[in-house]
Structures are given as C-alpha cells and as structure tokens.
Design a protein around this ligand. Structure first.
Ligand code: IVH
Length: 678
C-alpha cells in the first residue's frame, strides 16, 4: 500500500510541477495566464502537502522552493566567471555618431549591425545554471565579485528554476532585476502605513528588496526580470544549437526559447539611422512603459566583431548607453503648504520656484508626511533637488545644505487643520496626522474627486475643476448629489463653460456609472485604508453592502488578507449614521451594492463555514469545479487534512489524506454524499 502511494505521489508531483511551471511561464513571462488564481493556489498547496508527506519527492527546483522561509544570514561572496562590466554613457546623438565612427575605423570594410535595447533602471544580476538547474544568483557588486542572493532570486517566478534542454546544461544568464512603477507606488503606500520609510524610486525599491534577508518577505514583493546576456558552456559546437554563440540577437532569441523573459522592444538595426529611430520611438513611449528606463543600450550584434573591438578599461568598445535627459532639477522651496486629503490626511507640500523638468513645468512636490520632512530636514527657503520618474509625482530627493539661508528653522507640525481649523489627531501606530472633521470642505472635495475617478465610479468629464465649480454653486455637497444633477440640466446648460451637448455627455456618464460593479462602488466610498484590492476582497467575501453593514469588526478582521487597521476603519465607517444614510440614498439612485449574480456566494448551510479537503480522482467533477461549488456555498477548501477539517471529499485511489482523515475522525464524503449536500 505504502509503495503504491509513493508512486502515485510521484506521478502527481511531477504532473503538478509541470502544470505550475507552465502556468508561471504563461503568467509571468508571456503575461497570458490561462488558469485562475484559485486553481493555481490549489495546485501549489497540493504540491506543498505532497512534498511534506514524501520529502524524497521534493526537488531543489520545485516551484515550492520559491518561497522558502529560510533566512539568508549574511550574503556569501560570489566571484563572477566573466567580469560584469559597465557601459560607457553618452548624452547626445553626436556622441553616438562618434562611437559609430570608432567602430567603423576598427572594423574597416566589414558590414555590421546594432542591437538596440532598453536600458532598464534596475540592478544587474548574474544567474548560473549547472546541469540545467539554477544554482547561483549574484549581484554585480564591484564587477569581479558580488553578493550571493540565490534564495531571493528564486522567488521571482519569471526566472526558470531549471531548464530542460540538453544543449543548455551549464550556462550563465545576465539581466536586470526591477520593480514596475505601479508596484513601486503600492509598496510605498504600504510602507507609509507601516513605518513611514519611503523609497525614492523603483530602482531603490528593487535594490532594497534584493538585500532583504528573509526570502519570504522578498516573495511578497513583485520583482521582475529581463534577460539580456547568455553564455553557454555546454552543448556540442556542431549541433544546430549554436546560433546563440554567434550573435547577441540570436542569444536573446535563444533566451526567450529557454523560457526567460526578454524585452519585446529589442531591435536589430542596420545603421545609425535605425539607432536614431529607435531612440526617438522609445522616448515617446517612455513614460507609458510599466517600468523605469533611463536610456537605451546600443550593442554590436556579431560576437566575432565584439571580440575584435574589445574593451577600454572597464567598458566594452562594442556597446554604449544613450541616456535620456536627466529627470532631476534643482530649485527653491518658496513655501511649505498643507494639503488635506479625502480622509483628512494632512500632507505637507513644497511650493517650488517653477522649473522645467522632463517635459513639464513643476511648481509643487509632495513631501509625503511630517516624518519624511523631519528625516530629510526639509525647510522653507531651502534649495533642493527634485526628481520625476515616469508617471510618478515629482518629489524632493535632497536638500542642498550649503545653500540654506542663515536663520532657517525646521518646519513646525501644525496643531489645527489648515482648512477648517479643527483639531488634528495622530493614531499612534501611523505617521499621518488627520483632520477629525468629516465635513471639512477639503475632505468633501477630496472625497468627491476620489469618487468620480477612473478606478472608482469612472465618471468621465467630471474632473477637479468641475467639482470645484459645482461645490461653489452648491450643486453638490456629497456623492448622492451627483446623481441629482440631471434635475439641474437647464441650470447647467446656462453655465458659461457648458453647451447642451457637453451637459448631456456628462449626465450620460453619470447615469452610466450606475453599472459599475460593487467592488468599485465600495472603493469609491473612500473608506480609510480601503484601496482597490481590499475593496475587491471585501466585496467578494461579503457579497453585499448589507452584509458589511451588519458585520462585526471581528468578522471583518477574520477575512483572509484583511488586517486589524482595515477592519477597524471599515467597521467604523459602516456604523456611522451619516454614512449609512448616504449608502441608502446611493442604493435608491441605482448604484450596485451587491456583487453580480454569477459571483455570488449562495450560502448553503451544509457548506457555510465548513472546511473541505479534496483527494483522489473525482469522476463527476473537476477539482476546480468542486472547489468553486464549495466556496460559492460559503465553505473553504484546504490543501491538507487537520483537526479543523470538516469533510474530506474522497475520489478513487485516495491516499494519505484518506488515512489521516480516518485517524482524525473527519467525515468522509463520496461524490454521491457531496451531491446530497449540495
Ligand atoms: S549590458 C558590458 N544591457 O546598465 C555590458 N546593461 O552600465 C553590460 N543595464 O550593470 C551590461 N539595461 O545594470 C546591458 N539592456 C541592457 C541594460 C543594462 C540596463 C544596466 C546594467 C549594467 C549597467 C551597465
């Protein structure tokens, strides 16, 4: 029996590993996922459990190894087999033309091509594979030796832990580790909630993350990778697999085939005209790329020619970086003002001497919070460096102390709200100060702006200036008034800035927003600490606003991924009379306060609150379908049998889980029993 179970487990493990790897590749590399999160999590859990029960089946390159909890004590030193060099920089096209001239001089009559790549603003990483398995990942360090960050790199799901290709056994891949701009903003938001330490940019966030000693924490940070270098020590020279040894472009193509993420922007060009076109095209889309770049890299394609060109000191003569214009400027802070956000957060803002930076004139920059202000010791009349990265709001990165005027004093934290003069409060575990007055005009305006924005109610045409105008005209005081604007059609048309058509467009957009799904409506309500993702989780779990209104703080807190701070804030919000009234009115106006029918949990008392484990092969249901039925009826599906398990749904050839369930006295269901429960 035991033997049969082991072989069954072996088959299952290899099947799961294959499926998970395939899913990872589709999700993280191709960005075309083909299974849902639940199915993925279930496969992962099942694999974890199997590996726990049968430790011999756990391979070094198992997908579960990506979140190993083993802390990396200190980083070991890794010596690079081939030094990791840097690129010489250029800042104008003329410099590039000179680079091209030098190449022409050395290559003489030979024809050559360039590969144009993005210069990712992350950190370089060298990853080595032996016998097809990822064995080491190291930072660039000083170019000769770097830090061994293997455990951390293994958490990046787009990087294969093993490669099944007999021609690629022992090889090295190099590329850039980075964090997407959006994720960087999210991480900073989370940081702000936690301890106020804020990263200056996505690059620093990635660099900081790579040096975290706890891989589990690293796994929760969305690191990305683009490969741009391949050095293969294996494979026979005569096989057809040697293209990657002849040119850079061919090795990029090979990297892609091996399953590594490579940039789709990489382009082979024939001459400097092609290079120029690439640079201009990328500059146009630069800000809309999901990640930061600071330029492009131009490389000679042929390896033979690269060898011929060689190196000067620490940079290759066959490649050059072209850097886009700096996104930094120095300017003076004329004043520090205070902004009051929609939940009352007081944010210090630097009012700057206007400067032109990366395509626009900047006259304000956020200073985040008073902790930051104090840490950087930013004062009025200071000369400071400001920076803008991609679509990130400009920020003050440092003070030029030598230019600080005599007699300057640190900025004082205000005692009262600058708009309504109410008291300020500061929750002990937070860095923010809040205006306590819900009816503070600044909060009202902030809430309305939040409510209509794209990710919330998505009311096109109702922007900041219109909201200002409508507040001034006293047309709107709260969310509900927006839906009554249709009764003011004639008044609106008579306003200077409106014609009949634009009023109707606006009214249409308002009506149309009533189709927004419940989770967006929940997010739009602007509850403190409830961002888009949290709103989604709460909407899915509770199904309707009525369930949320009647939920206790403990109930909210017990939802997976919902912490005490969110629970407290949500509970407080849904128990305030004023909010309840507004929700009632919005309901009447026709907004969605329930999740869609097909997403609904149809509570079935046989399932609600019960934990199920599935095992063996089921005849009538696919595992994911059975799981869905359970979850939609209010039950939970777990990967392993424990005392907390209520039911084990056992199909044919059930193994260790069935044994365990029997010893623990867990109720065992056949498929027929399961159907009866439904
Ligand atoms: S090639 C000798 N390609 O730039 C070749 N580097 O200054 C060196 N980088 O340490 C690497 N994007 O961190 C190369 N497409 C790209 C790159 C790139 C960003 C970074 C990398 C490297 C630094 C060199």
């Amino acid at each position: 029996m035991a033997k049969a179970t082991l072989s069954e487990a072996r088959n299952k493990v290899s099947e799961l590993v294959k499926k998970i790897r395939d899913a990872d590749h589709k999700y993280y590399v191709l960005a075309e996922p083909d299974i849902d999160d639940l199915t993925y999590d279930m496969m992962m859990k099942e694999l974890e459990q199997l590996e726990k029960n049968f430790p011999t089946l756990k391979k070094q390159d198992s997908p579960t190894a990506r979140v190993s909890g083993e802390p990396t004590k200190a980083f070991k030193t890794v010596y690079h087999k081939v030094p990791m060099l840097s690129l010489s920089n250029s800042y104008s096209f003329d410099e590039l033309l000179e680079f091209d001239k030098r190449i022409k001089n050395i290559l003489e009559e030979e024809k050559y091509q360039y590969v144009c790549e993005l210069k990712f603003d992350g950190l370089a990483m060298s990853i080595t594979y032996q016998n097809g398995e990822l064995v080491t990942a190291a930072t660039r360090g000083d170019g000769e030796k770097g830090d061994d960050v293997t455990n951390n790199i293994k958490t990046i799901r787009s990087i294969p832990l093993s490669v099944k290709d007999k021609n690629f056994q022992n090889f090295e891949v190099r590329g850039e580790i980075f964090i997407n701009k959006k994720d960087f903003i999210k991480i900073n938001e989370e940081q702000e909630l936690k301890d106020g330490k804020i990263f200056a940019n996505a690059r620093n966030t990635a660099a900081g993350t790579i040096k975290i000693k706890d891989s589990e924490k690293v796994a929760s940070r969305p690191l990305n990778f683009f490969a741009y270098y391949l050095r293969n020590e294996s494979g026979s020279e005569t096989s057809s697999h040697t293209d990657h040894k002849t040119s850079h472009k061919a090795s990029i193509d090979e990297l892609k085939k091996l399953g590594f993420p490579v940039s789709e922007k990489t382009k082979l060009v024939n001459d400097m005209n092609g290079v120029k076109k690439f640079i201009d095209e990328i500059e146009k889309v630069r800000d809309s790329l999901p990640y930061d770049i600071d330029g492009v890299v131009v490389k000679i394609n042929s390896y033979k020619q690269q060898d011929k060109l060689g190196f000067v000191s620490k940079s290759p003569r066959w490649a050059i970086a072209y850097k886009y214009k700096s996104k930094e400027q120095t300017t003076k802070i004329n004043r520090i003002t205070l902004q009051v956000g929609r939940v009352g957060t007081i944010t210090p803002v630097a009012e700057l001497e206007p400067v032109f930076l990366a395509g626009s004139t900047i006259s304000r920059a956020t200073l985040h919070n008073f902790d930051e202000l104090k840490r950087k010791d930013i004062r009025e009349n200071d000369t400071v460096v400001i920076e803008k990265g991609g679509d990130v709001i400009p920020k003050v990165t440092k003070v030029i102390l030598e230019k600080r005027p005599a007699g300057s004093k640190p900025f004082k934290i205000p005692a009262k709200c600058p708009v309504c003069h109410s008291e300020l409060s500061k929750p002990e575990e937070e860095v923010n100060y809040y205006c306590v007055n819900n009816l503070c005009p600044a909060q009202i305006k902030g809430r309305l702006e939040h409510f209509v924005q794209r990710d919330a109610m998505d009311i096109e045409g109702l922007g900041e200036s219109l909201i200002d105008l409508f507040i001034e005209k006293e047309y709107i005081h709260n969310y509900t008034d927006i839906f009554d604007l249709k009764y003011k059609r004639n008044e609106l048309i008579s306003l200077d800035r409106f014609g009949e058509k634009s009023v109707d467009n606006l009214l249409f957009a308002i009506e149309n927003s009533k189709n927004r799904p419940f989770d967006k409506v929940l997010f739009a309500l602007g509850i403190r600490h409830i961002g888009e993702r949290t709103a989604k989780i709460l909407a899915k779990h509770f199904g309707s606003v009525d369930n949320l209104l009647s939920a206790s703080q403990e109930e909210i807190n017990s939802v997976h991924e919902i912490g005490p701070k969110i629970a407290e804030s949500a509970h407080e919000f849904f128990n305030e009379k004023h909010n309840i009234k507004i929700i009632e009115k919005l309901k009447k106006a026709g907004l969605k306060f329930e999740i869609a029918e097909d997403e609904k949990v149809k509570l079935n008392e046989n399932f609600a609150g019960k934990t199920f484990v599935l095992t063996g092969s089921l005849e009538k249901y696919k595992r994911e379908d059975a799981s869905e039925i359970i979850e939609k009826a209010g039950g939970k599906v777990s990967g392993s049998v424990s005392k907390k398990t209520d039911y084990l749904l056992a199909g044919a050839e059930a193994g260790s889980k069935l044994e365990k369930a029997k010893t623990l006295g867990v109720k065992i269901l056949t498929e027929e029993d399961f159907e009866k429960l439904i």
